[in-house]
Design a protein around this ligand. Structure first.
Ligand code: GLN
Length: 503
């Protein structure tokens, strides 16, 4: 049998990427296929199969997304304290498989049960796999950001495939000649289950190459005590599922939950900080600044699933570069496609700049992220000048907006994950990653509120008036994003001080 690698052997890899990154790449790719595949079906399934009205469906969709990301904090906590990254990832993957199998068996009858399993499962899986990526690198290794960019391409490859295939199968638009119509949704959710199994198998078959990364944090505790705590975590996470189902199926509870979880996570972090040195705490403070700004970023960015999808449906033409395409499909997938094409490239640009000592530091990259976001939203606003009298405007130009925003996302999202692993002491790795994703939960939540405001203003308007109202809304968002970007760049010297030597 191959001998287990030491942490030094892993981190002293040659070349641009450690080989373990490829294993994690594929595991995460299949997991995101499953996750985005299911996510892409939710609203449609709720409206057309569960006969919910659209407002309720949207609210419940928002609730599921907020909960998914909120539970990454809880999952991260148990990963850091009890299970360790690897067992946590395995347990999360298992719960996701169970959730998607339940949905595949009878999506109508067991809808919320399946979703409940998936929420908890993602909570264990998502922050831990991202933290493991960070562990492949030595502190200060300038190749870290490039690694996260590549990993992020895997995320989006999965998102693109799953997001497109599952809904197309469910709606009966793909493979309808050999999938009986009454089983189309079962097959669609079944596909999500199969790829999740592939994800977990990929991890199980390759985890040996991780050496001691992600093993139990209780390694020095008494084995019996450790077992009891692990089993209690497994049982506890199953017992909480009925509670999650209750919260998600009554979306008014989402407000209360969101009100509580953020402050609790902060209190917890402050509580942990009392044991760390001043330098470590300064770094954690810097991490909190990144997390805070990322909430705004996601609140704007996640208009994609909400107001932008209505904008696409009402106001966009149906061709890109002369090719007939569904504007909603383009709104859903253009971004992932651009990430796949450009993530690796941008990663190489960072390495190239680093070699010449010209790489901007993370806080400036974040600032750039907001500037790209602002420019992209300005393009969305500008579509109004290409409109015909019916309020239909250019899908080409809209797609160009996503192209620009993608660079913003690449300056913030993979780099944000990377910096969380660099700024956190070993003991709070997954919790901090969980907080990073918790910011996404708030982003999702505020995105819904922002989108609802824009939508409300356009009630009873003609299609042309709608275009103008939406476009003007996006101009506002562009201005806010610009201000946030400039602010970040202005405070960068201060944050840099907090970060110590971390870049
Ligand atoms: N699209 C990325 C992913 O799925 C980022 C998600 C997020 O942080 N909101 O991993």
């Amino acid at each position: 049998m191959e001998k287990e690698l030491t942490i030094d052997e892993i981190q002293n890899f040659e070349g641009k990427y450690p080989k373990q990154l490829w294993h994690l790449f594929f595991s995460e790719m299949w997991e995101r296929f499953s996750f985005y595949g299911m996510r892409g079906m939710l609203v449609f399934f709720m409206v057309h199969q569960l006969s919910m009205n659209e407002v309720v469906a949207n609210l419940q969709y928002g609730a599921t997304q907020a909960f998914v990301y909120a539970f990454t904090f809880v999952g991260g906590l148990f990963a850091d304290k009890i299970l360790g990254l690897r067992k946590s990832l395995f347990w999360g993957g298992l719960l996701m498989i169970v959730g998607s199998v339940i949905l595949a068996l009878d999506p109508k009858e067991f809808f919320f049960l399946g979703i409940g399993f998936n929420i908890i499962g993602t909570g264990f899986f998502k922050p831990t796999i991202s933290s493991i990526v960070g562990n492949l690198y030595r502190n200060g290794d300038h190749r870290t950001d490039a690694g996260f960019s590549l990993f992020y391409a895997g995320v989006n490859l999965g998102a693109l495939l799953g997001g497109y295939l599952c809904i197309a199968i469910g709606k009966g638009q793909l493979f309808q000649s050999f999938i009986p119509a009454h089983l189309a949704w079962n097959v669609a959710f079944g596909l999500a289950a199969i790829v999740m199994i592939i994800s977990l198998l990929t991890f199980v078959r390759t985890q040996r190459s991780l050496g001691s990364i992600g093993t139990s944090p209780l390694i020095s505790a008494e084995p019996k005590k450790r077992k009891i705590m692990e089993i209690a975590t497994y049982i506890g996470s199953l017992l909480i599922i009925p509670f999650i189902i209750l919260l998600v199926s009554n979306s008014e509870y989402t407000d209360i939950f969101m009100f509580i979880i953020g402050p609790c996570s902060l209190l917890y972090l402050f509580f942990e900080m009392r044991r760390f040195s001043v330098d470590e705490n300064k770094k954690l403070l810097a991490a909190l600044i990144f997390i805070l700004f990322s909430i705004f970023f996601w609140a704007f960015f996640e208009q994609s699933g909400g107001s932008l999808s209505l904008f696409a449906a009402n106001n966009l033409s149906s061709t890109v570069a002369g090719i007939p395409l569904d504007p909603n499909g383009v709104n859903n997938s253009a971004n992932s496609l651009f990430v796949i094409i450009f993530a690796g490239l941008l990663g190489l640009v960072w390495i190239w700049l680093a070699k010449r000592r010209m790489e901007p530091n993370t806080i400036v990259k974040f600032g750039l992220g907001f500037l790209f976001l602002a420019a992209g939203f300005y393009v969305f606003y500008y579509t109004k000048f290409f409109s015909d009298e019916n309020g239909i405007t250019s899908l080409d130009f809209f797609t160009f907006g996503w192209f620009i925003i993608t660079f913003g996302e690449l300056c913030l999202s993979p780099i944000g994950m990377s910096i969380m692993t660099k700024l956190s002491p070993q003991k709070t790795q997954a919790v901090l990653m969980g907080m990073w994703f918790l910011a996404s939960a708030y982003g999702q939540y505020f995105a819904g509120l922002l989108g609802a405001n824009i939508a409300e203003a356009s009630e009873n308007a003609t299609n042309f008036e709608k275009l103008v109202i939406y476009a003007d809304g996006y101009k506002q968002l562009a201005i806010y994003a610009l201000v946030a970007g400039l602010l970040l760049i202005a405070i960068s010297p201060l944050v840099k001080k907090l970060m110590g030597g971390v870049k």
